[in-house]
Design a protein around this ligand. Sequence first.
Ligand code: ZN
Length: 592
Amino acid sequence: MKNSTIRYQVRLADPAGHRFAITLTIPRPEPGGQILRLPAWIPGSYLIRDFARQIESLLVFDADGPVGCHKTDSHTWQCAPAQGRLTVEYTVYAWDLSVRGAHFDESHAFFNGSSLFLAVVGQEDQPCLLDLCPPGHTDRWRVFTSLPEAEGEPGAAARHGFGCYRAPDHDALLDHPVEMGTPQCVSFEAHGTQHELVFTGVVPGLDLARIAQDVQKICQAQIEFFEPETRQAPFLDSASRYVFLVMVTADGYGGLEHRASTALITSRADLPTTGQPEPEDYKRFLGLVSHEYFHTWHVKRIKPAAFAPYCLDRPNFTRLLWVFEGFTSYYDDLMLLRAGVIDEPAYFGLLARTMDGVLRGAGRHKQSVAESSFDAWTRYYKQDENSPNALVSYYTKGALVALGLDLEIRQRTADRHSLDDVMRLLWKRHGRGFYDHPPQGVPETAMQGLILEATGVDVSDFIARHVDGREDVPLKDALARTGITLEASPADQRPDLDVRTHNDAGGVRLATVYEHGPAHLAGLSAGDLLIAIDGLRVTSDTALKQLLASHRPGDRVVVHVFRRDELRRYRVQLASARALKHRLRRVDGPPA
Ligand code: ZN
């Protein structure tokens, strides 16, 4: 251990109370008073989360005893001047079962470093050691992380063991989440590199072999995509293995990317079990895996210049999330097709669902994907009942922008080039070797130039209209030129209110009232509890559909709702359903 190495010890102190106890040892603190800071947000999830609010107590000591310490903002502590080595002891409450935080009980412990590890300000580039202490209540737990074991150090962990792990700097320490417990695991190799799939949560009969087989194909396809010649995995600059940490719950869905791992949360019903038919939404899980793995290149190494480096105490603004999340959302499903884990009709189904979502709300006419990227912190990540009317998603519209660009490049180069060439140039120029010799991030206005360089195609008009502008991406003709028919028809033949609902005790709650739809024009609001139509009780979403089915567009109905606790009556003129259902099929293929 170098004498400047910063050491973090994590004790699994209180599983019942969900508390980690952390001891931070700083060999050479700033003599005039060390500053300590916890990140306010976690990279990949663009919202100020104030993780420091979960620190319950914090005490600082030097060789002579307690050292004064006070907070200077929500996530920063100022220590008093002190002599020699400092020890900081604090507890962190961990009861957030998400991919972004920390969670600990008697069954398992999971954390992101951004919830646990105070930065020693001014020494963020110093090497760190992480000492994970085994729990007191069981000896069956093992450790799963891409963080390298501290080989050669006293107390170095064995693979999957408690003990010492190592990070070259604080940024790396934050970027390898850790799972501890007794999960179901399987490992495989992709182009010679080790990958582990780790499932926490109760899943009887989980078909690990099936999942490993499919995920291996996805990983191999992506490695071949970015490195067709060397077939070298991207994470070898940071770790010897890639780890998928999957939390299984009744209805969870989400993921967060890291440099050599990902934390995922998935629904139990999406996972295959031995001897049972494949679940309909298994491809949703595979899509999530594909998405987060793609980020190993695109976001974790190829980054916006605004993220190189991240400033973790305030929002970092970029107009490029349509490239980083949008292109990733395009390639995640496409990689399932290229890897052979889904067929073309299934891929078309996924693409159609993306189109259904993007073309549903009026928000796409009010916000461009560049604006949506910039406002991620306060708008996309703070969605409310009005969001479909006010926002566009840089994920889903970004995916359609990627498809539109791909089709345009292919058409204008007679299929000699595609968006793949753009991704490989991004990787070569801005990604490869990021953690060895950090290259520059992607400048805010660089994409047109990079696309021109990679393909010879000038897409400035496309970018002006569909990225900086708010026009829908014109896909029908572009797809037709490749032999794919795109059709859009009303999702429902029955008239409707043009609302999004969920069932609630005593009626149907309006979750979103779509702008310019019948409910909006009549005065109904999100939050209203719809209880009757023409005097007949509405007990569920299904009952609402049945009641509307006896009407025609243009009919007027009387709707009773509770707004808060007040009964109100509205006259609504019904209209044709405006939600569209898209279908794609090969001209010479079977109908989808
Ligand atoms: Zn993503």
